[in-house]
Write a protein that binds this ligand. Sequence first.
Ligand code: ADP
Ligand code: MG
Length: 251
Amino acid sequence: MTAYSLGPLLYEGKAKRVYATDQPDLVAVEFKDDATAFNAEKRACLAGKGERNCRISALVFEWLEGRGVSTHYLGVEGDRWMLVRPVKVVPIEVVVRNVAAGSLCRQLPIAPGTPLDPPLLDLYYKHDALGDPLLTEARLERLQLVSSGQLQAISELAMAVNRGLRELFGSVDLELVDFKIELGFAADGRLLLADEISPDTCRLWDRRISDQSDRILDKDRFRQDLGGVVEAYGEVLKRVQGVCAQPRVYR
Ligand code: ADP
Ligand code: MG
């Protein structure tokens, strides 16, 4: 891996900043401590969150790469920086649900905690101003966001990610309730898993705890004002570190 220097800020989102580098095939992602929920109506700064999410995400990407999932991940630098391949992000938030929770239970008569087997795949249009609306196959076709072949590839990748994540988290007594991923196309046309995988984007329940609030180790602690958000993310990191090596350092 070659040394690089940081270029201009390309995009500042709710949880990360994306910078260009002097290399066209490399972008740098900085994980922020900012927390948002309910489409950024609720905001806070949680010291240490960025660091933990960066570490968890790096270890998860490496785990998935080891199981044949292609990702944008190249390595970490320092505590909160990740180097990745630039992709053209598909404006679809891909959600896989193994257990009913969150918006699913508000929108459909399904009780929270109901197992979903086979897992439920939900696609949402990544569009903050519209509140990330649910997509149907007909809406997808109308918007022409992806071809049917690409949609097939996206679904298969999401299910492969689910299998890999359930294996990883399950091995350390974390129940993967659901998660959101973003995918993108690299310069060579390959579909890659992009963005992040962290307690900001996954629901994780501690199987060692039965209390329904105490077992929550993800962003629902922030959404529901349960406190101990950073501590919970730290617990997820500690468990994942127990089965993964240190993330590889870029340069
Ligand atoms: P948002 O507020 O849109 O969720 P984030 O704070 O999560 O933004 O910042 C990350 C942004 O970078 C997202 O818009 C995401 O789609 C985008 N992104 C993630 N991975 C890549 C990548 N490899 N190349 C380019 N953009 C990416
Ligand atoms: Mg995001």
